[in-house]
Design a protein. Structure first.
Length: 280
């Protein structure tokens, strides 16, 4: 084992049956917390059911949370596992139990377990977030990767590159100093103020808006929903569009649509060449 790796820490449970100070009421609740100081270059967060809010700070990692459950027995199994390996900090939401038999209670009607988390991380640290359910809000953080199953996302003031993979839910991105890559199955995507390139690998459904980009915009594949792109310093390329209107304006470079199944294609104030499919 790495000498720098600290042993796994299980946060003590302070159970109470009370009206909590947090916004969401629940039948049984208790607090969780974890703290790390010193040089931290990367933070890996694995969140589950519940909201997640991460913001940048001068130094250190400070996590506080509210566990919520339908019963005291389930509440006692909700943990915020934390450990440090060198300059990397790991924070993981978990529900412990003695195998599947111990978890059977979780699958009964009206049974639930969640952990709302608020975390501060160093502004310069790399951030890697995986989340299964619940809204995510990130602000004033470093280079970031997000892999999310469901829930809305608000990602703002990202100092570095941003890479987002999402199954469902709205994605709102505001102010990124690096490049943005996104892939989304369902839900609207709204991206504004990117000082780099924007690449949308796949947007299966929902409207897509990209505004104010200093680099290029590359929308590789869009299934359904309208596409709006404006104020782009570089080129705009739409590889394949299924259905929905395309509206592009104020582009200094070229505008290209390689394939479009249906919907109008509108372009205004494009300085470079324009190439769009011919209508038959």
């Amino acid at each position: 084992m790495n000498k720098l790796a600290a042993p796994l820490l299980r946060v003590a449970l302070l159970s109470c049956v009370c009206a909590p100070a947090w916004a969401q009421p629940c039948k049984f609740s208790s607090d969780r917390a974890a703290n790390f100081t010193g040089t931290i270059k990367k933070v890996v967060i694995s969140a589950g059911e519940g909201s997640l809010k991460v913001s940048g700070a001068a130094a250190g990692v400070n996590a506080k949370g509210r566990a919520c459950a339908s019963s005291e027995s389930i509440l006692g199994r909700i943990t915020l596992e934390s450990r440090r390996e060198g300059e990397v900090v790991y924070l993981t939401f978990a529900v412990s139990g003695a195998g599947m038999s111990g978890m059977g209670e979780m699958f009964k009607i009206n049974k639930y377990a969640s952990l709302d988390l608020e975390i501060t991380v160093p502004k310069s640290a790399q951030l890697y977030v995986t989340d299964t359910s619940g809204d995510i809000e990130l602000s004033d953080v470093g280079p970031t990767v997000v892999v999310d199953d469901s829930g809305d996302q608000l990602l703002k003031n990202i100092n570095g590159n941003l890479d987002v993979t999402d199954e469902s839910g709205e994605i709102r991105v505001v102010s990124v100093t690096g490049n943005v890559k996104a892939r989304d199955d369902s839900g609207n995507i709204d991206i504004e103020d990117v000082r780099g390139d924007v690449q949308i690998g796949l947007d299966s459904s929902g409207d897509l808006s990209v505004v104010k980009v200093t680099g290029n915009v590359d929308i590789m594949e869009d299934g359904s929903g309208d596409i709006t792109v404006r104020e782009v310093a570089g080129n705009v390329v739409i590889g394949k569009d299924g259905s929905g209107n395309i509206n592009v304006s104020e582009v200094n470079g070229k505008f290209t649509v390689n394939a479009d199944s249906s919907g109008e294609i509108l372009q205004y104030r494009v300085r470079g060449s324009v190439r769009i499919p011919a209508r038959t």
